[in-house]
Design a protein around this ligand. Structure first.
Ligand code: GRF
Length: 191
């Protein structure tokens, strides 16, 4: 039975969904009820994770629509039927329209694999190594109309070792992401 004091969240994914899995595994502890997992890729492994946990899934693919606007309107319509407290982007590889972001202003969280404001966008781990940084990490932030630039809620960092490459660093950061997202969701829900 769903505890009525739990907050309602939906999670948007495109791929593996390891962050999704961490939230599924800890949902009771952090007081969230995952209403639905939405993927913009029909073959995203995260959909299997959701189904295994008995969570509703929905595939909404960009190719079903003529424009980004039409795609985002379909997302908005579906999300409005659920009326979640929070929209959690977890490896969701699509840049949302202004309309989407304004509709759910202050309710959309994203996890980014860098210590923002450094390394917005892609290839964050290689860029941190190339720059000679001594540490890397991940950030959870509110989503605004400027890419990876909304208010930072929390960050976790890891050291960059001399023998790290982009793959080893990504693995270390991802382990921290799984803890970070739980902490950040709790922090936002306690506001
Ligand atoms: C993570 O590195 C996250 O920071 C980025 O996409 C990746 C998603 O991984 N936005 P997963 O699908 O949660 O395993």
């Amino acid at each position: 039975m769903v505890n009525k004091s739990f907050s309602k969240i939906i999670i948007l994914i495109s791929g593996s969904g390891s962050n999704l899995q961490s939230i599924i595994d800890n949902s009771d502890n952090i007081g969230v009820n995952i209403q639905s997992v939405i993927s913009n890729k029909a073959d995203a492994f995260g959909l299997k994770r959701a189904k295994n946990a008995g969570i509703a899934t929905k595939v909404i693919e960009r190719k079903q629509f003529a424009t980004d606007k039409d795609f985002d309107y379909a997302l908005i319509r579906y999300i409005n039927t659920l009326n979640p407290d929070l929209i959690v982007l977890a490896g969701f590889m699509h840049i949302l329209t202004t309309k989407f972001i304004n509709t759910f202003a202050g309710q959309i969280l994203n996890i980014h694999p860098a210590l923002l404001p450094k390394y917005k966008g892609l290839n964050t781990h290689q860029r941190a190594i190339d720059a000679g940084d001594s540490k890397a990490g991940a950030s959870v932030h509110f989503v605004t109309n400027e890419l990876d630039s909304g208010e930072i809620i929390l960050q976790r960092s890891v050291p960059i070792d001399l023998d790290d490459n982009a793959a080893t660093l990504a693995k270390k950061v991802l382990e921290q992401e799984h803890i970070l997202y739980l902490e950040a969701i709790q922090k936002v829900l306690q506001r």
